[in-house]
Structure formats: C-alpha cells, structure tokens
Design a protein around this ligand. Structure first.
Ligand code: ADP
Length: 558
C-alpha cells in the first residue's frame, strides 16, 4: 500500500502519541502498584507489629497496673485477630488467644512466644514485600527506559527526516519554477515518490510540457514570419536597413549590404553607434537629416540615392525605423538632361529676344522716325512682353545654374547698405507705379561675407514680391539689423498675405499660391533659397492672411 504524505504524517504522530501513552500508562501502573504495596505493608504488617508491641508492653506493665494492661492487651489482641494477613498468622493468633484466655499467669511464656512469632512473621512479610516493591520499581525503570529510548529514536528519526521530506521537493519545485520563469521549458522534476509532492511534480511536468509545445509552435510561427519578412525585404529593389528603438540593427537587405560593402553578419544584431564608427556611409545615413539626394560610387559608377526614414509602428507606438535608400540615378540623369535642355533653349532664346528688345527700343526713338499713337502703344506692349520673357529666361538660366550645382559665387566683404541701395534702385519704377513707399531701419556695424550681385538679386526678388502683392499707396518696411555675427535683411508688407497651409511651400520650385493672379514663374523664392544657402545663410517667411507677409534672410558677417 502506498502512503500519502498526509497519512505518513498522521501515522508518525499517532505512533509517537501511542508511545507517549504507553510510557504514561506503564508509569501509572507501576506507580499505583508501588503505592498499593506501601499501603499493604502499612495496613497488613505494620499494624500487626504495632499490636504485638502493645501486647508485649501490656505484659510488661501487668504487675503495676493490671487493669489497664489487661485492657490494652485484649484490645490489641482483638485488633490483631481482625488483621490476619499472612499465611500461618491465623494459627499463631489463635494459639495466642487460647493461651491467654486459658491462663495468662500460667502461660505467659507461651503468650510472649506467640506474640514474638506474629511480630517476626509480619517483619519477614515487610522485608519480602519491600523486595517485591524494589523489583517492581526496577521493572518499571526498565520498561520506561525502553519506551523512552524507542520514543527518542523515533523522535530523532522524525526530526532528521521530516524536514527533508517536505523541504527537498519544495526546493526542487522552486528550482523548476525558476527555470520555467527563465523560459527553460525543457525543465522536468523527478521526485521518486508517490505522495502529494509526486502529484504536484507531475502537474508541473505537464505544465512545462504544454509550455514547451506552445513555445515551439510559437517559435515555428515566428521563424516563418521572420523568413517571410526577410524574403520580402530582400525582394525590395531599394536598399533597406531596419533599426530598433534600442539602436540595434535588425536587418539589412542584399542591396543595402552591397552599398555598405559589408556582410550580413558584420551588421545585423550590432549597435548602430558601433557600426557607424566603422562605416562612413552608414554614419552619414544616421546623421543626415535632410532628404537631399546624395552620391555613392558603386562599381566605379556614380549613383544617386535619396534617403527616406519610415517608422515601424506596433501597438505600443514606434518600435523602430527602416532607412530606405532609393536609387534615383535614372531620374537624376533625366533631370540633368532637362536642365541642359532648359539652359540651351533659354540661352538660344535670350540672344534674339535681347536684340528684338533693342530693336523695339530703337523704334521708340524719335530720331529714327515718328510712330503714331497706336503704333507707339503696340511697341510698348511688345517691349513689356519682351521684358517679361527676358526675365523668365534669366530666372530659368539661374535655375539651371542652381540645379546643375554650378552656382558661381564671388564671396567678398560687402557693406549691407550697398545691397539695399542697389535693390532699391532696381525696384523704384515698380514702386512708384503703385505709389508704394518704404520705411527703412538699419542697425549694422559689420560687413557681410556675400556675393553682392546674388544677395541684391534675392533682396530685389523679395521687394518685387512685396510690391506685387501689396495694395497701392501702402508702405513696405525694410529692416537690416545685426545680431552677433549675423545680419538679417527683412522685408515686411501689408499685402494679402499667404494662407498658413501654403507658407511652407513658397520656397518650392514653380510653386504659386493657388489663386495668385499676378504673373510669375514661381521660381523667384526657390532660387533665392538656393543662393542664400549657398552663401551659408538662411531664408524664412511668416505671413498672416489679409494682414501681410514678412520675408527675411540672414548672412554671416565677415
Ligand atoms: P513668383 O515669381 O510667382 O512671384 P516666387 O517664388 O517669388 O514666385 O513666389 C512664390 C509664390 O509665393 C507667389 O506666387 C505668391 O503666391 C507667393 N508670394 C511670394 N511673396 C509674397 C508676398 N510678399 N505676399 C503674398 N504672397 C507672396
């Protein structure tokens, strides 16, 4: 029969309890026995000795006080007759009785003899009973010692074994639970017993097995998903690099590995900072925040790429980023062809337009001949169209310069006020036509490091726009001021303003705020931005619809 832990504990405790009861019972029995012996001795023998002694005493005093002696003798004889306890005591007491009542005086010797006999018989009985009592006590000691020894042995066995019986499986279970918590689902517990702990271990093993199965099925699913994602990423034409929120590089597809010129093992799983120190291109990709196209030489061929950073989102928010590099070389080649085409066409058109402008100017000259009123108006309108065409062509030519990256800057130390003077001269006619005045403030001490012509061009462009989009008779504020090592040129008008949603786009090429009636290419601000940035400056705008706009640019002092 297999005992459960509960039964084992109950049995152990019951066994100890039984032993204790036995010790108690044995002690009780022997204790009682010993008291009974003592009582027996007192009652049976000690009292007889007392009677006999009294009778001897009565005989001794007989001659002096016969009446008292007689009474004592007879009383004690009577008591002795009632306390016959030993074998032979009965005959001795009867003989004593007989001799006494026959004649005390005649048989005194016999009387004394029987009294002594009775006394000796009781003394012998006391000695015998005492011996018996001692033997009983020894027996009791012996049995109680045996029982206590057994008790102690069982108790010690219990003390040494019982904590282990409970604690060992608990320790094993604790280890098992820790292993499971650490995802070691192969952990099993073997207890080699058949009690409640064995049931618990079986339940634990079952749980671990189920977790193991679940983990494996999950792992298989995750591995499948990983392979799928890798296949998709590798099939992408664009180079892609995934980085998690902790800065660990999660993946890099074949195209990315080729561009970075590394093997997968050298990049995947590494920290982006550590890898950036070893790979210049990766370092550039991490640091570069603008999305400007950049050039990489691959297989001795110049290739152009644009960088895009896409967030990886999960339920907890952004879990990482994917850097995607798009190869835009074919577009770049087309763009260059377009730029060259525009440059050629603009250049070719500019010469005949300039000469026709000159011819029209000559036609207006009275010395060549007088034109009637209609002819004059026709020539003036032709000249206006010509001028506009020439302006567009010159902006297109500037744009081609910007696009081909061939901005020729003549950087020198320039006095800011000279730039303002030059710009004001160029826009005077336009301003006078609309009766627009200027309020100028300036607070500059240093010269700026700039290309005078291009900076003037930008300021003229800002002023032209301000005049163009302002109402007649209004005032334009021009402010030139220095803060530390920068000089800011600001043009503020009270014109129609720019809607908030279009403001970030005004520096884009060919952008015109929808609904703008005024003529223009939408290139002026884009070219201005390129010029200012090429000189190491910044350009910006703020505007409020129907209240006006402020455009400003900053350049470094010398
Ligand atoms: P454009 O030659 O058409 O003026 P710009 O690049 O100079 O080209 O300006 C782009 C667009 O920004 C303009 O079409 C106009 O809609 C808007 N814009 C520029 N300056 C102002 C201004 N001062 N007030 C209102 N709108 C402006």
């Amino acid at each position: 029969m297999v005992l459960k832990l509960k039964q084992k504990i109950a049995l152990g405790a019951a066994f100890l309890f039984t032993l204790l009861m036995l010790v108690g019972a044995v002690s009780f029995i022997y204790f009682n026995k010993s008291i009974a012996n003592q009582n027996d001795i007192l009652r049976d023998n000690y009292e007889s000795i007392d009677y006999t002694q009294n009778m001897l005493h009565a005989l001794d005093i007989w001659n002096t006080d016969s009446i008292a002696a007689k009474k004592i003798f007879e009383d004690n004889l009577q008591k002795q007759e009632a306390n016959i306890t030993e074998k032979g005591e009965d005959t001795l007491t009867q003989n004593l009785h007989s001799y006494y009542y026959l004649s005390k005086a005649q048989y005194e010797t016999q009387i004394r003899y029987y009294i002594n006999k009775i006394m000796q018989l009781n003394l012998a009985a006391i000695i015998h009973k005492n011996e018996n009592a001692e033997k009983n006590t020894d027996d009791a000691k012996f049995y109680i010692t045996i029982l206590i020894t057994i008790c102690a042995l069982v108790g010690f066995t219990f003390i040494f074994n019982f904590p282990g019986i409970i604690a060992n499986p608990i320790a094993k279970l604790t280890d098992g639970i820790k292993a499971i918590a650490a995802k070691n689902y192969s952990q099993r517990i073997h207890l080699n017993r058949k009690d409640e702990f064995a049931d618990l271990a079986n339940a634990f093993n079952y749980m671990a097995e189920e977790l193991d199965k679940y983990e494996h099925s999950n792992l298989a699913k995750i591995l499948f998903e990983k392979q799928r994602a890798e296949t998709v990423i590798n099939a992408l034409k664009d180079a892609s690099i995934g980085i998690d929120n902790n800065g660990i590089i999660l993946f890099a597809n074949q195209q990315a590995l080729q561009l970075l010129n590394v093997k997968e093992g050298d990049i995947v799983g590494r920290s982006k900072e550590v890898f950036a120190k070893q790979n210049d291109l990766f370092n550039y990709l991490l640091k570069e925040e603008s999305n400007q196209p950049f050039k990489i030489v691959v297989d001795n061929k110049e290739q152009f790429f644009s960088k895009e950073t896409v967030d990886i989102n999960n339920s907890n928010g952004v879990a990482g980023i994917v850097i995607v590099l798009k190869n835009i070389t074919p577009f770049k080649e087309l763009d260059v062809a377009k730029t060259n085409f525009i440059a050629t066409v603009s250049h070719e058109l500019k010469t005949p337009l300039a000469s026709s402008d000159f011819s029209l100017k000559l036609l207006e000259d009275e010395r060549i001949g007088t034109l009637n009123k209609e002819q004059k108006e026709l020539v003036q309108s032709l000249r206006g169209d010509n001028q506009r065409l020439l302006k567009i062509l010159s902006e297109l030519l500037d744009l081609t310069q910007v696009e081909s990256g061939k901005i020729h800057l003549h950087l020198q130390s320039v006095e800011p006020f000279l730039i303002l003077e030059r710009a004001l001269k160029a826009i005077t006619t336009a301003a006078t036509e609309k009766n627009i005045s200027f309020s100028i403030t300036q607070n500059v001490t240093d010269n700026i490091q700039a290309d005078e012509e291009k900076t003037s061009w930008v300021l003229i462009n800002l002023l032209t726009n301000a005049i163009k989009y302002s109402a007649e008779n209004s005032t334009i504020q021009i402010n030139i001021q220095q803060t530390e090592n920068k000089v800011e040129f600001s043009v503020k008008d009270t014109g129609k303003g720019i809607p908030e949603e279009f403001l970030p786009k005004v520096f884009d090429r060919f952008f015109k705020v929808p609904g703008t009636e005024k003529t223009g290419t939408g290139l002026g601000l884009a070219i201005s931005k390129e010029f200012i940035e090429a000189m190491g400056g910044t350009i910006s705008a703020e505007s409020k619809l129907k209240e006006g706009s402020r455009f400003w640019f900053q350049l470094n002092t010398v």
